[in-house]
Design a protein around this ligand. Structure first.
Ligand SMILES: [Zn+2]
Length: 343
């Protein structure tokens, strides 16, 4: 039986490849390699049809500042890294002989799924490359940017990203800055999806009040099952549901396990339990995957993108019918992207 196509809400393949010293990093993706969660052969083997590919710039130092927060990169350095990772994605597309197409609309993603072309979408996780004038936002949008999280889990000029804490409420730190509110309005104007996944709770509610688009958390789990600061409370889930929004379930063991331990020896069924909880709270039309492939530690049984059929089988075993599985695997993502971006 053919694999169910999967469109996924979040991966860090660009950063993983960018950090590699290979002269032609795009070949690691196109030809495949032993390590890593995502490349073209693994995606073909597992049914991964595409997803939001993050540009994320790590903090210059792993040492936190005096408030215990990660320090963001400065804007100029962040732009250099952004251009390198965006170019890498375009190199992959250009040298793919038609097997990869950077998508800018839901119709393009749909066409890619139908013709077996891998469909990445450019996403920013932490907007440090965008300055006070927001000029870079408008230019990056022209280059294909369609999704943006104002912060990673650290503060910047726009907002305050939720620090990694366990167990903890996501209510840590202040909300959006005035400039952050301008960024949200500009994203609405450009129809760029605003990702809530690394927002703290005050920032989440600021965006919920301000944004005209469906509320979307591309890679976040259920606080009711795992009390990590990165996970979503029931109240947040209700707000997402009220806007016809969407949650992509993260495969990271840190955000799945009740004990919050980073142990890859974690049952695949725990992902299904977070999906069950999300479906119960949001409805079957508002849940999908947000793997965090190449960005976090995932269950050994899943291993990488080639292991996705195991997850589909686990959903099937849990009693999800074919129509529901199709919604979870790609239908809901296409729907929310279409409603955010316009047809
Ligand atoms: Zn993330």
């Amino acid at each position: 039986m053919a694999n169910m196509p999967i469109f996924d809400g979040h991966n860090d393949v660009l950063l993983r490849l960018h950090k590699n010293n290979a002269a032609h990093k795009e070949r690691l993706f196109l030809d495949g390699a032993e390590t890593g969660h995502i490349d073209l052969p693994k995606s073909a083997a597992g049914g991964l049809a595409g997803g939001l590919c993050a540009i994320f710039i790590p903090s210059p130092s792993t040492a936190p500042d005096r408030n215990g927060d990660f320090v963001p990169p400065n804007s100029a350095d962040a732009m250099v890294e952004t251009l390198a990772m965006a170019r890498l994605l375009f190199d992959i597309e250009r040298r793919s002989e038609g097997r990869v197409k950077v998508c800018r609309s839901a119709a393009e993603i749909r066409a890619c799924i139908e013709t077996n072309v891998f469909a990445p979408v450019l996403h920013i996780e932490g907007a440090e490359m965008i300055g006070y004038d927001l000029d870079a936002l408008y230019v990056l949008h022209q280059a294909g940017l369609r999704s943006l999280g104002p912060v990673w889990s650290r503060p910047n000029i726009f907002a305050y990203g939720v620090p990694f804490r366990f167990p903890s409420s996501p209510d840590i730190g202040p909300g959006l800055t005035e400039l952050g509110k301008d960024l949200v309005r500009a994203c609405n104007e450009l129809k760029i999806l605003i990702d809530l996944s690394h927002m703290n709770e005050k920032g989440f509610w600021d965006i919920a009040r301000l944004s005209k688009a469906p509320l979307v958390a591309t890679h976040s789990n259920m606080h009711g099952l795992c009390a990590h600061s990165r996970n979503l409370t029931d109240r947040q889930l209700d707000a997402i549901r009220a806007t016809g929004g969407m949650v992509g379930i993260n495969f990271g063991v840190l955000f799945l396990r009740q004990d919050g331990v980073k142990n890859p020896d974690t049952a695949l069924d725990l992902i299904v339990e977070h999906i069950d909880y999300a479906v119960e709270r949001l409805g079957i039309d508002h849940v999908g995957f947000g793997s965090d492939f190449d960005g976090t530690t995932i269950p050994t049984d899943l291993k990488d993108a080639a292991g996705l059929p195991h997850l589909v089988a686990a959903l099937n075993a849990r009693g999800y019918d074919a129509g529901s599985i199709e919604k979870l695997c790609y239908g809901n993502w296409l729907s929310v992207l279409e409603r955010t971006w316009g047809a």
